[in-house]
Design a protein around this ligand. Sequence first.
Ligand code: ATP
Ligand code: MG
Length: 217
Amino acid sequence: MTKLVAEGVVSRIGDRQILTDVSLYAGAGELVALTGPSGSGKTTMINLAGGLLPPDEGMATLDGEPTWLGTGDPRPDVALILQSYGLVSILTAAENVSIALRARGVRPREADAAAAAALDRVGITDLGERLVQELSGGQAQRVACARALVVDCTLLLADEPTSELDEYNRDRVIGELRHEAERGAAVMIATHDVEVAAQCDREYRLDDGALVPSLVR
Ligand SMILES: Nc1ncnc2c1ncn2[C@@H]1O[C@H](COP(=O)(O)OP(=O)(O)OP(=O)(O)O)[C@@H](O)[C@H]1O
Ligand SMILES: [Mg+2]
């Protein structure tokens, strides 16, 4: 069964401890919220869980295997929605989504069809041919969501995926993340939006890099 497990994770930058002994898990079929104030370590934890950063102590594993591969690239079965999106601004919305599949060896025609379907899931069917640099913040955010939805991942890590969206589109995106969980993925969402956290099955709260035990549900 798909399970993200972080055990005793410590992350330091220089002398500063960014994460202190964080242990958490997310199982297949679950939507798990990671909440906490700005600067509490949510993005650091998401990046570490996704294999973009190595832990200084402890370990993050998916199905028993470390998510950190030593390269800074995530495993192919892990999809991330980055807080900063990480889109290629001079490519179109559809190209940004399609390359996620092409990089995983999917044939271009198949990848393009799946990209169109993923853009449709987040309500931007008509923006596929638009360059990302010509999109609004909320439109670009939904391209980043589509790029994660398209890959059929086993672990989906979403860092503030609805921060630029209106209520309707926020609920639509959370609904699609729920759909990924129902398909069998483990989904973790870093968010400061209490309504998004309320839609999740469980919640971990970070404060200054440490979990707040009384606020774990
Ligand atoms: N590359 C870096 N160099 C130095 N400090 C960093 C770096 N990245 C993060 N930090 C620090 O680590 C702490 C946690 O940052 P992080 O981005 O994980 O917080 P966050 O909970 O995601 O915040 P936000 O809600 O604002 O996105 C902050 O104090 C931040 O200043
Ligand atoms: Mg953050």
